[in-house]
Design a protein. Structure first.
Length: 162
């Protein structure tokens, strides 16, 4: 499926350059959050009371750590992909693959952030609050990172500017 026209007077090369630039800017927003979450998760096991967590909390912690690592790997991958394919005249493929990697990275970031909320809520407030706030996190990410942009993408109607 090809992209719809941008409504700009630009060549295909200019469009690809702009798309790559926009993608890199978006990754610059997401990556610091992933890095901070990953650093936090790496430090947690060295805290004094970490050995007192429940088996459930241990599993949630480990899953969250893995989701964060996968997210970081996916969100950093466009840089490596670009560097290894530099000057190969395949920017269209670079933009397509990098876009997919970024989307997958954001999905894993949403899972990691939900896991962090689940873990912290469970430690602080118990099972009932964990269910409520974890469900709220899933809904929040599903709506704002999934449904809202997909609804716009699938809609042919112009944005309401009013």
């Amino acid at each position: 499926m090809s992209d719809p026209p941008s409504g700009r007077e630009e060549s295909e090369g200019e469009r690809l350059d702009r798309n790559l630039g926009e993608l890199l800017q978006e990754l610059r927003v997401a990556l610091p959050g992933v890095q901070v979450l990953f650093a936090f998760l790496l430090a947690v096991p060295f805290q004094q009371n970490f050995n007192e967590i429940t088996p459930f909390q241990e599993r949630v912690y480990f899953a969250t750590l893995l989701f964060t690592a996968i997210s970081a790997a996916l969100l950093i991958s466009p840089t490596t992909y670009h560097r290894l394919n530099f000057r190969r005249q395949n920017k269209e493929e670079l933009v397509l693959v990098s876009n997919r990697l970024a989307i997958a990275g954001m999905i894993f970031l949403a899972l990691a952030m939900t896991g962090a909320i689940m873990l912290i809520t469970n430690v602080l407030f118990g099972t009932a609050a964990t269910i409520v706030f974890s469900t709220a996190a899933v809904v929040l990410f599903a709506v704002f990172w999934g449904a809202l942009p997909l609804r716009r993408r699938l809609s042919s109607a112009p944005l309401d500017r009013g």
